[in-house]
Design a protein around this ligand. Structure first.
Ligand code: SD4
Length: 321
């Protein structure tokens, strides 16, 4: 049988050496809609919340915001929002961003004492002339928009920090399911609109002011309205150095499936510095505007949660080591 999508992909691949960067239109909605996919198996409740928006015919951007807010408010999640581990000075600093189906984005970094940085990021997108605000300026903006200040350092986080202070050694952690569940989420709604969100407290015991990949558009999250989107999790410094999520989306533009595109992006991290074989974890998930999705990680241990009309499931992704 003639497979139109395969034909387009093969044709595009053949044309790439000629400088042709791929068809961007028309979109072919052959996948299942709506669909939401998020990083790490811990994100079940977040997916449920996003799905409750999507299943009523709601907007993908509302779905991802509502979804990741569940983890921002969860004191048991030590890598996102309330309960997130602090930096080496005992301060909880949060990074988040959103991107919508038109390629609009908002981002916030190093935000303190505000429970829902993802909502601040969305407000930056919709109610400010900017794409990104950081630190005290971001907080000032959040307060002006009615967000309330609150202490995000839970007794458990404080105790963990005090224990860490006994050694005070920082070495980039091997982020994996045992110690990390930063949430990145992508959704395609029933009208075919794609959006993404990413939110984290970043690396525990980081230097004050450290910003990871999660709020950096093109690193922790990227959406191309005509192609699809990708989000990252893992050691942010390595994602930033390879502009990871943008790379994934560009690989999908070049005709690769979401799985292949994510694999190319994790391989790039090893190609850039082969020492990253030794302990670094980075994972990407991707969703295209057809509703096809995939993921790939450097090492074993990463999985994603997917919900579509067939139900919710945890899916292992491929890995290099
Ligand atoms: C960061 N990428 O700040 C984030 C951390 C992360 O699961 O994803 N943890 O580097």
């Amino acid at each position: 049988m003639f497979d139109r999508k395969q034909f387009l992909k093969t044709s595009i691949a053949g044309l790439l050496p000629l400088g042709f960067t791929g068809f961007t239109s028309p979109k072919i909605y052959s996948g299942k809609k709506p669909v939401v996919i998020s990083t790490w198996r811990t994100a079940v409740n977040a997916n449920k919340s996003a799905w409750s928006v999507l299943t009523k015919g709601g907007y993908a951007l509302d779905a991802v915001e509502e979804g990741v807010k569940v983890e921002e408010a969860n004191p048991d999640n030590s890598t996102v929002g309330y309960g997130g581990r602090p930096d080496r000075d005992g301060r909880v600093t949060l990074d988040a961003c959103v991107m919508d189906e038109t390629g609009n984005c908002g981002s916030v970094a190093c935000l303190e004492n505000i429970m829902h940085p993802v909502s601040v990021a969305r407000k930056i997108m919709t109610d400010s002339p900017h794409a990104m605000l950081v630190g005290p300026g971001a907080k000032q903006f959040a307060l002006s928009q009615g967000f309330k200040e609150q202490d995000l350092l839970t007794p458990e986080s404080k105790a963990a920090w005090e224990k860490w202070l006994e050694s005070g050694n920082y070495s980039p952690p091997t982020i994996n399911i045992e110690n990390h569940d930063t949430i990145g989420m992508l959704a395609l709604d029933s009208q075919g609109r794609i959006s993404g969100a990413c939110t984290t407290s970043g690396a525990a015991w980081k230097m004050h002011g450290r910003v990871g990949d999660s709020p950096i558009i093109g690193s922790g999250l990227f959406i191309d309205p005509m192609i699809g989107g990708a989000v990252a999790t893992g050691l942010g410094e390595e994602v930033i150095k390879t502009a990871g999520s943008h790379l994934v989306v560009e690989m999908m533009r070049a005709g690769h499936s979401p799985n292949e595109a994510c694999k190319i992006a994790v391989e790039r991290i090893i190609e850039r510095d082969p020492k990253n074989k030794e302990g670094v974890q980075v994972a990407y998930i991707a969703l295209n505007t057809d509703g096809a999705y995939g993921g790939y990680s450097i090492r074993k241990g990463f999985d994603s949660v997917v919900t579509d009309p067939d139900g919710m499931r945890t899916e292992q992704v491929g890995y290099l080591y």
